[in-house]
Design a protein around this ligand. Structure first.
Ligand code: NAP
Length: 338
């Protein structure tokens, strides 16, 4: 294993901020993974495992060691007339896997098209969109445990999935590496399209009985229209989580803002779109220097050209404070701050 020094992170994360890792290496095979793990105690700390870099903000240069996980490969593990079990290595691009499954007519993850990032990161925050979450298709996670230096299988149930949440963000945080995931997909899928955006896209295309390919295409159209493309303007997708508040707090809020969009949860609480709160507070399209709030989607913070991680962080803090002052809601960052 060879460490590189003062390594540019600009192209390794979708914010595209000009910053550096003091030490850097990339893992492309299981042998390289073993090598790195054997010598992990000697590597300069802190250690950060990086996937597609689509959910991270570097506030400054990284002083420890960044290890990029580039394990590739996908395969069919098992199939019958009803379903197929596939394995995807952690470094596989998530959207390309979704595209592959849809092309094959396997349903279950088509609503998750164009979610940025790699397969390894997908279970960490239980990625979800348009009424579907990865936990509904995920069979297990292949997990390399740092302590024991062995690979384990973590079952769906053991992942303790929640809304954009899992055991990997809690008890297992920093304790291992996702090396791959297994998904179970249906050969007789039932398309899910109860979200307004998907329904209106299908209506516009005059599609009445959509296939999973139609849903996939609709989601690609919506996301391409609504979200800034990180290849054109640096960003990490939704910067904040959608808050879930109590019914009492919601009633108070609704009396002030009768038009507030809201979605009831099974536990009686109410989910509010963070993007609506940020837009209502006047931040949509805000720009200070090269840091800004997307004019397409208020939930997305952007790097117009050459901003710093600290400037983006400060902007996010100003938004958090303002939303709290105006709505009495504590927004949480979805993006990992490093
Ligand atoms: P959107 O469609 O404008 O929805 C905003 C909020 O309203 C979300 O919290 C969404 O819940 C909720 N919502 C809308 N229609 C709903 C319905 N019919 N039933 C229940 N809840 C409903 O959101 P957007 O910002 O444009 O994002 C589109 C989709 O991509 C959303 O599902 C969003 O969660 C998802 N997304 C996921 C990630 C990620 O996994 N990291 C990142 C960005 C966006 P849900 O959040 O439960 O869908």
């Amino acid at each position: 294993m060879e460490l590189q020094h003062h390594y540019s992170l600009k192209k390794l994360h979708t914010f595209g901020i000009d910053c550096f890792a003091e030490n850097y290496c990339e893992i492309s095979t299981k042998d390289e993974l073993n090598d790195v793990i054997q010598s992990i105690k000697t590597l300069p700390r802190p250690i950060l495992f990086l996937g597609g870099g689509s959910n991270v903000l570097f506030r400054a240069d990284f002083s420890g060691t960044i290890i990029k996980i580039s394990l590739f490969g996908k395969q069919i593990l098992h199939e019958n007339e009803e379903e197929v079990l596939i394995y995807c290595a952690a470094g596989e691009n998530w959207h390309s896997i979704v595209e592959w499954t849809v092309q094959n007519g396997w349903g279950g993850i088509e609503n998750l098209a164009l979610i940025p990032g790699n397969c390894g990161a997908a279970p960490l925050q239980n990625i979800g969109a348009y009424g579907i979450e990865i936990c509904q298709s995920l069979v297990n996670v292949h997990w390399f445990e740092l302590n024991t230096k062995t690979e384990k299988i973590i079952t769906n149930e053991e992942c303790n999935f929640g809304y954009r949440d899992s055991i990997f963000k809690r008890d297992l945080k920093d304790k291992g590496i996702v090396t791959g995931i297994t998904l179970r997909l249906s050969k007789n899928p039932t398309p899910h399209y109860n979200y307004a955006d998907v329904q209106s896209e299908l209506k516009e295309q005059e599609i009445v009985n959509p296939t999973i390919k139609d849903i996939f295409n609709a989601v690609v159209q919506i996301r391409s229209r609504k979200l800034p493309n990180p290849n054109e303007i640096g960003n990490a997708g939704s910067f904040f989580k959608n808050p879930i508040i109590s019914a009492i707090q919601f009633t108070n809020l609704q009396s002030q803002y009768p038009e507030i969009p809201h979605y009831s949860q099974n536990d009686g609480r109410i989910k509010i779109p963070a993007g609506w709160l940020i837009e209502k507070a006047g931040w949509k399209g805000f720009r200070q220097g090269d840091a800004g709030v997307s004019s397409k989607q208020a939930l997305v913070l952007v790097n117009y050209n050459n901003t710093t991680g600290e400037e983006i962080y400060q902007l996010s803090q100003n938004i958090l404070d303002d939303i709290f002052n105006k709505f009495n809601i504590h927004l949480e960052r979805e993006v990992n701050i490093v």
